[in-house]
Design a protein around this ligand. Structure first.
Ligand SMILES: *Cc1c(COP(=O)(O)O)cnc(C)c1O
Length: 428
């Protein structure tokens, strides 16, 4: 579901008029709905309630401290992938004891910081990392809580850049090597406590089947490790996909019970809960996109219309530096005008940004109601991996971020200035 809808001909986020908001705060502008975020979290918690389940929000999807603070207040834990993310969680008022720390390239400094802060567990992704964690914990006189990320070698059926659970991916350790690895670590690494087993097979999965396959394959291993090494949790990762296409239209239906082929929170939970319940382990899920994806939109203004020989271009003020998903993984985003003009004809155009790259587009060959210079568009479902992946490429200041709550809103990140662009640089 999401909270973007037309009211008297103008798109609103909850009770906030986005035309007025953009006039005040400028564009490009990220806008998030608090209500949607809370609702997604609550629905997932509810659907997993038959389990001893912990939801850990994947910080990398949307890492603004206001969003993290919101999640911490709901009781969420956090899935982190860097020392910087752990720092953010702490600044946001989150609890480090409810963080699991994933990622294949943790540095010595990051491991030390995470041990000092007392993270719930490291999700180790190689033998060499286990050795490093053991050594650092030893120097600090601590026992490091560790789980290992298993690569179950299942096909997630998503874009190849966000598939992570195949043997050729850099993530995790091959399924067959997990048990000998636990035996070795148990014997040889005295400063490590084997606390769990983790997996994460990919992102934007739109079917339950790959989750079921991965859980079916891995659950017996988790049970075996529980019996042998007394592990206490099994983390099944994140990856639950969201509706990008026609998300506005589907939001007006009951998203909770959509068409059977669409992955919903309910179909996700119904398909895995029965497989996980008998394990008697704490189950961790690490959703990122599901929580924030449809809660955010990127508001952008049309700068120019341009008629080329082969194509029509709608040139907007948001570029791939603001939202890289279309360029990076052919991500689809629904784009709608902020002002409804039912009388206007649709035209087919490429909605492109100002960056000097041909890959800089929001949409290609997209049929949209014609937009004119100065008019506003909303790029929907931009809450996850949107601002979080933004850069200063082409020396473009980072956009502002707004959190809407009912009829009120708050600037949760100021728009950068040109001075911000060169802060930290110096001429010898
Ligand atoms: C990115 C990531 C997630 C979140 O993925 P979503 O598709 O946003 O739910 C969860 N766990 C790990 C280890 C990740 O790297």
């Amino acid at each position: 579901m999401h909270s973007f809808a037309y009211c008297h001909g103008t798109l609103h986020c909850e009770g906030v008029n986005l035309d007025q908001l953009a006039a005040k705060e400028g564009t490009p502008l990220y806008v998030y709905s608090k209500r949607t975020i809370l609702e997604h979290y609550a629905r997932l918690k509810e659907a997993l309630s038959p389990l001893d389940a912990e939801v850990e929000f994947a910080v990398k999807a949307c890492s603004n401290i206001a969003i993290l603070n919101l999640m911490a207040h709901q009781g969420s834990g956090f899935d982190i992938v860097s020392g910087g993310e752990l720092f953010r969680v702490i600044q946001a008022g989150g609890n480090p004891h409810r963080c699991t720390y994933a990622g294949i390239g943790k540095t010595q400094q990051e491991i030390q910081f995470a041990l000092e802060q007392g993270v719930y567990a490291f999700n180790a992704e190689s033998e060499a990392e286990l050795v490093a964690i053991n050594a650092i914990a030893g120097q600090m006189g601590l026992i490091a809580p560790v789980s290992v990320r298993v690569n179950p070698n299942v096909e997630a059926g998503t874009h190849k850049y966000i598939t992570t659970g195949k043997s050729e991916n850099k993530f995790g350790i091959d399924f067959e090597r997990i048990e000998p690895l636990y035996e070795w670590a148990f014997r040889e690494l005295p400063n490590i406590r084997l606390k769990g087993l983790q997996m994460h097979i990919g992102s934007q999965l739109t079917k339950a089947a790959p989750f079921v396959e991965a859980v079916r394959k891995t659950a017996p291993l988790a049970l075996h490790l529980k019996n042998k090494f007394n592990i206490e949790f099994f983390s099944i990762g994140g990856g639950i996909g969201i509706v990008y296409q026609n998300s506005l239209e589907s939001a007006s239906k009951s998203w909770w019970d959509q068409t059977p082929e669409q992955l919903t929170i309910k179909t996700y939970a119904d398909s895995i809960v029965p497989l996980l319940q008998p394990l008697g382990l704490k189950i961790i899920v690490e959703p990122g996109r599901l929580i924030v994806g449809n809660a955010g939109a990127l508001i952008t203004r049309c700068l120019y219309e341009k008629q080329g020989k082969a194509k029509t271009f709608t040139i907007v003020d948001a570029g791939m530096n603001d939202l890289i998903r279309p360029a990076l993984y052919q991500g689809y985003h629904q784009i709608i005008p902020i002002a409804e003009h039912p009388d206007r004809p649709n035209i087919v155009s490429d909605v492109v940004g100002p960056i000097c790259e041909s890959g800089d587009f929001m949409a290609q060959n997209r049929s949209l109601p014609q937009v004119h210079q100065g008019e506003l568009l909303a790029v929907l479902s931009a809450g996850a991996y949107g601002f979080a992946m933004a850069s200063n490429y082409n020396s473009r200041p980072l956009a502002a971020e707004i959190l809407v709550d009912g009829n009120s809103w708050h600037v949760i990140r100021k728009r950068q200035t040109w001075n911000d662009l060169i802060a930290g640089e110096s001429i010898p």
